[in-house]
Design a protein around this ligand. Structure first.
Ligand code: GLC
Length: 469
């Protein structure tokens, strides 16, 4: 008998390019596209935030004037539809003024806003005419969908299974019990809720872990790390208890989009066979950023949200003494932005601070820099190091989570200790090889460029997991 392929529904707070803060958005987009190219039916539902413009995103109205019951009240919802460029994956956007009308993704009571979203997602399924076999939930925002599926008496949802992917354990959706009413739930709806409520609050991630049919996180090392108190962020006990249903599946990147051979954001295209052309991108980047133009001076890039997780505390004053140039691209916590801006102002020709979100500049930086730095304290997967390697930039990273799973001695440098000195020593070692052993450097670049970071394997791992549900 022919195997029936499961129909997948992705539910996420972020989807690239419609709404993005971090890697979650990229993964939902690129994994969905990879599944579709393997012949699977997949759709995505996300909130329609105020900044998502109807015209420029070609939104078509699917249904207006829907009323979603929340307790005694009713919330008005409109459903829009568009599709992801190139892959053509359908994206449904759920509009509700109260929770998602603002031009921001994260604000206010996020547990309440996203529980409403999760509840509404299930309610609108019959109206969009897409009945999935599996709902694939991402991060704490949608982690209560498995609870909702277990609670509903409606036959329509009876055979729908759920997979819950943890991209980041840091944001847990810890809230007071009252929040449950937004999803028409209460602490007596499920045993897991009454247990969770005993300490006075509800933790969305805990609910996802207990009630989803399967759980995964985004790299094998991180899946293991989070069973320990050091990385478990207070949840290591629950995670350990459920460890048999939690696996690690490494993220991929969109290797068609991130391709130095065809990328039209960069001045000179190249492959692993003519890496020398990367220098042209470096010179162009130095010019664009106002750095001293010099093809031989090593250029180090840091492209990331500027948050503690990414190891910004390890970038001490001394790092400026290293004989290289720096470019930092990203936005985040004000204290880091201020510090980086100050450094740059002290040495404009050598340190460039690009405190903004600019996807096209990011690609020019990957293509232009020699070294990509990511000294994260913890890193569920990390995408930047894979993009960097694809562009022949050699990564210098802390050996944790997905960084440990993707960067080895053949392609880059890693250090263990959380300390400024450990980072500086490693970076210095990389700089020495860059300057003194060019052929060894070239080998590192080539190895990185030739590694397969596509979704080929990981999308198949997800498919295997879907079949197990
Ligand atoms: C989160 C994690 C990052 C991961 C991304 C996509 O942003 O911090 O490590 O790569 O999600 O899964």
């Amino acid at each position: 008998m022919a195997e029936i392929k499961p129909k997948i529904l992705m539910v996420s707070a972020e989807v690239n390019p419609l709404a993005k803060v971090g890697g979650l958005a990229d993964v939902v987009q690129s994994l969905s596209s990879a599944l579709k190219s393997k012949g699977y039916e997949v759709s995505i539902i996300m909130p329609k935030y105020g900044f998502i413009k109807k015209e420029s995103n070609r939104l078509k109205k699917v249904k207006g004037g829907l009323k979603i019951k929340v307790g005694e009240k009713k919330e008005k919802v409109t459903i829009w539809q568009t599709s992801i460029k190139f892959s053509g994956v359908d994206v449904y956007l759920l509009e509700n003024q109260k929770h998602f009308g603002k031009s921001k993704i994260y604000w206010g009571n996020e547990s309440e806003r996203f529980l409403f979203f999760s509840h509404a997602v299930l309610e609108i399924l019959p109206f969009i005419g897409y009945k999935p076999d599996i709902i694939h939930c991402h991060d704490f925002h949608t982690a209560l969908i498995p609870d909702l599926l277990r609670v509903t008496p409606d036959f329509y949802y009876k055979n729908i299974k759920s997979l819950y992917t943890i991209h980041n354990l840091n944001y847990q959706g810890k809230s007071d019990i009252g929040v449950l009413s937004t999803g028409n739930l209460s602490k007596t709806s499920l045993r897991s809720l009454s247990q969770d409520a005993r300490d006075g609050d509800i933790n969305f991630i805990v609910q996802g872990i207990i009630n989803a049919d399967a759980v995964n996180t985004v790299s094998p090392t991180y899946a293991h790390e989070i069973t320990t108190p050091e990385f478990g962020m207070g949840l290591d006990k629950v995670i350990k208890k459920n460890k048999n249903k939690i696996q690690g599946i490494l993220n991929g990147i969109d290797t068609d989009y991130f391709n130095p051979a065809t990328d039209n954001n960069i001045v000179a295209n190249y492959t692993s066979r003519n890496i020398i052309k990367k220098k042209e991108n470096k010179l162009a980047l130095q010019k664009e950023l106002g750095l001293t133009r010099d093809k031989d001076v090593p250029l180090v890039g840091f492209i990331s949200r500027l948050i503690k997780q990414k190891g910004l505390e390890l970038l001490g004053e001394d790092i400026k003494k290293l004989d290289c140039q720096f470019v930092i691209l990203g936005t985040g916590q004000k204290k880091y932005e201020k510090q980086i801006k100050k450094w740059s102002q002290q040495d404009l020709k050598r340190i460039s601070a690009q405190l903004k979100f600019d996807a096209s500049l990011a690609q020019r930086i990957y293509a232009g820099v020699d070294i990509y730095l990511l000294p994260s304290l913890f890193e569920p997967c990390g995408l930047g190091q894979m993009i960097a390697m694809r562009y022949g930039a050699v990564p210098v990273v802390r050996a944790t989570g997905g960084l440990k799973d993707t960067v080895d001695k053949k392609v880059g440098f890693s250090f263990n200790k959380i300390s400024e000195t450990a980072l500086q020593r490693k970076l210095q070692q990389a700089l020495n090889i860059y300057r003194q052993k060019p052929s060894q450097w070239k080998r590192l670049q080539k190895n990185g460029m030739n590694r397969d970071f596509s979704w080929q394997k990981s999308a198949q791992d997800y498919i295997d997991l879907y079949y197990e549900l």
